[in-house]
Design a protein around this ligand. Structure first.
Ligand SMILES: [Zn+2]
Length: 689
């Protein structure tokens, strides 16, 4: 296999999920039955101990591992492996009662009461010390147990704390970054409105009751929150690794649409990327749109380490915290897991194995429902996934997802766009722009990496940087080298406006703005009201195509670029709407307004034709069918064909494939029923006879 196994002690597709036996200590017969049912569902791994602190340490320094020992032994005897968690995601009552500083402080300065989870202060020395004590105990006791294959560090890190300890750490972070208040005042542009800082103690986290008009402050605060979360996570990693450095560590991320933390920074500290995926299948906007959004998140998770990842949580059927807990329709569970594997997952793990009887998660579905039986639709579908993953292990596990296209999605850029006052305070849809750009590649089975501004672009043919408002990490130099060496770069409206501190670039056509590469510079940016639009006119092969531009439109001054399409209306009628510039051996394109998916589909169709991008399958893919591939160890394509539409599909083939589930061979046409999938292996081309 191309990649090192995620869990070397048990190098197989993982099937399992969060198991919470501490909720069932009064029901020994249920705990016994659970293991029988897990075996029946082909579960080979569970995550244990995520919320077990109160059961491991019921009173300060009084520890009880007996129940956990018993659980792990019983699981291990049944051949079930364990991803063991550190319990720092939720603390016991006694800890918060005795040490108030562990409770988070809100933006308005009020301290939380006890309750909830993932809401401790990351800076608190007391919390770090108590976490270290319990982590050390767990690590010494279990790090060399044959069942334990990975550490699950804490749970779904998120949020921020405004306590005095965190404020002090924030000021130290700034002092190290800027050195002097003079530099901080300059880089935050704090001399406006007389907001000049004259004393470090004046620096407070951004707050709607206080300072929220300095975007440099907002950005640095968010960077500090990520840094402090990493610092906390690293202290846990060091503790568990000290007992056995061979056991890999992970934590569960929450996908691309969680923008509270910079996952690209966090990923550097982890051995395995894992994430919790809860799409709203069967929502009114349709499964095709949901599948596309979900695929984008899977692609980003795979791109964090350019490696397979773990699907650490998903629901076997309903998600209790969605606005409506809709059941996954028959077949959707297995289809959604195939989608994850298609984009690089080497597991299907659930929240949860056994459905909680009471409290917040009693209506979240589980492998084993309140009925406690194998005779439920959900149990049977989970079992079907287990059987499928066993079949996939020998030819999918650890395989690669080679990509020739990268889309730049940078969460720090999102923070900057969200914080900016203007040019559209009614919302600038950065996520939407990424999705519109992604559509063509998803629809056509072309693998895309989702990378941030720190990426190395040299291995790609095509790099798309939608709405990259903030240029940081020397990205201009990397883009310049990429295009110069023959790469194709596409940027879109509201790109290259500010530096990493949200200070606007000065000058007309400057290298800081990448004007040399783009062959133009932006003179004005026009905000459009909701419902407003301009129109683009684009001549292609003697046909005139029109597209509506909304939200933001730029008035562009061309220098060396070709004008490919123009605006049709208003005072910038005739001005460039799409530009193309030859630079070195490559080309740089720019789209000067918030464009519809159809415009991007046409642009990328043209670029694809020229660049001959690698596709999962050389075939016309029907609408709503997603085709994705991973590369088998002998270089052949493993093709995942998934029909998210409401119609059966028939795909004409130009090559021959073997269905790895049924063994059937297909050479001319591939039938894929609605809401079903096929996993194919490309057959070697026949020798000339
Ligand atoms: Zn704090």
């Amino acid at each position: 296999m191309k990649h090192t196994p995620l869990t070397p002690k048990f190098p197989q597709m993982l099937h399992g999920g969060d198991y919470n036996p501490e909720q069932w200590k009064d029901y020994p017969e249920i705990l016994e039955r659970d293991i029988e049912l897990m075996k029946e569902a082909h579960i080979n791994c569970v995550s244990l101990g995520i919320f077990s602190w109160a059961d491991i340490e019921p009173e300060e320094d009084l520890f009880n591992l007996e129940w956990l020992d018993n659980t792990i032994e019983r699981l291990w005897k049944a051949g079930i492996h364990v991803i063991l968690a550190t319990p720092s995601g939720a603390r016991p009552h006694w800890l918060a009662d005795k040490y108030q500083e562990v409770l988070r402080v809100a933006e308005d300065g009020t301290r939380n009461f006890f309750g909830g989870r993932e809401n401790h202060c990351y800076t608190s020395p007391v919390y770090r010390e108590r976490v270290k004590i319990i982590d050390e105990l767990l690590a010494k006791h279990y790090a060399n147990h044959p069942a334990v294959i990975a550490w699950h560090i804490s749970n779904e890190f998120n949020g921020e704390c405004h306590c005095d300890l965190c404020k002090k750490a924030f000021r130290e972070f700034l002092q190290e970054k800027y050195g002097s208040l003079e530099d901080l005042n300059h880089d935050w542009w704090a001399h406006f409105w007389s907001h000049t800082y004259t004393n470090w103690e004046q620096v407070q986290p951004p707050s709607s009751k206080g300072e929220d008009s300095i975007q440099g402050l907002v950005l640095d605060w968010k960077r500090f929150v990520t840094k402090q979360t990493i610092d906390f996570m690293k202290s846990e990693i060091e503790t568990v690794k000290s007992a056995n450095s061979e056991i890999p560590v992970t934590t569960n991320f929450m996908g691309m649409y969680f923008d509270g933390l910079d996952y690209f920074q966090m990923a550097k500290e982890l051995d395995i990327i894992a994430w919790d995926s809860y799409p709203m299948w069967h929502a009114p906007w349709g499964n095709i749109a949901v599948a596309q959004c979900e695929s984008l998140s899977h692609d980003m998770m795979r791109s964090l380490k350019k490696s397979p990842f773990l699907l650490m949580e998903c629901t076997p059927s309903t998600t209790n915290w969605h606005s409506v807990s809709k059941q996954k329709r028959p077949g959707m569970h297995v289809l959604s897991i195939v989608n994850a594997v298609a984009h690089g997952a080497d597991s299907s793990m659930y929240f949860q194995i056994r459905q909680s009887r009471g409290s917040a998660e009693k209506f979240h579905s589980a492998v084993i429902s309140h009925a406690g039986t194998n005779n439920t639709r959900t149990f049977k579908e989970v079992t079907e996934v287990g059987e499928l993953l066993q079949k996939l292990t020998h030819f999918v596990y650890g395989t690669d997802s080679p990509a020739e296209v990268a889309i730049v999605f940078d969460v720090q850029n999102k923070w900057a766009i969200d914080a900016s006052k203007g040019p559209r305070n009614d919302g600038i849809d950065y996520f939407g722009e990424i999705q519109r750009v992604y559509h063509y590649f998803w629809k056509n089975g072309i693998t895309t990496d989702i990378v941030d501004e720190t990426a190395d672009f040299s291995g790609y043919k095509l790099v798309i940087a939608p709405m990259l408002y903030m240029f940081r990490d020397d990205i201009q130099k990397k883009f310049r080298e990429f295009v110069s060496a023959g790469g194709t770069l596409v940027t879109t409206v509201f790109s290259g406006v500010v530096n990493q501190n949200d200070l606007c670039f000065l000058g007309e056509d400057t290298e800081e703005k990448l004007s040399d590469v783009m062959g133009m510079w932006v003179e004005e940016i026009d905000g459009l009201y909701d419902g407003d639009k301009n129109r683009t006119s684009w001549y292609i092969d003697r046909t005139r195509l029109f597209y509506d531009m909304t939200q933001l439109c730029e008035v562009i001054r061309p220098t060396t670029c070709d004008v490919v399409a123009t605006f049709e209306k208003d005072y910038y009628k005739g001005c460039p709407a799409i530009t193309k510039n030859a630079f070195g051996e490559g080309f740089a394109w720019h789209v000067a307004g918030c464009a519809p998916e159809a415009l991007f589909d046409e642009l990328f169709r043209q670029l694809d034709e020229k660049l001959q991008l690698e596709r999962a399958m050389d075939a016309e893919i029907p609408n709503g069918v997603s085709v994705t591939w991973r590369q088998s160890d002998d270089g052949r394509k493993i093709v995942f064909v998934q029909n998210f539409s409401d119609c059966d599909a028939l795909i004409p083939l130009k090559a021959s494939y073997t269905d790895m589930v049924t063994g059937n061979k297909f050479g001319e046409a591939l039938p894929v029923e609605k809401q079903k999938f096929r996993i194919l292996l490309e057959n070697p081309p026949k020798n000339d006879e």
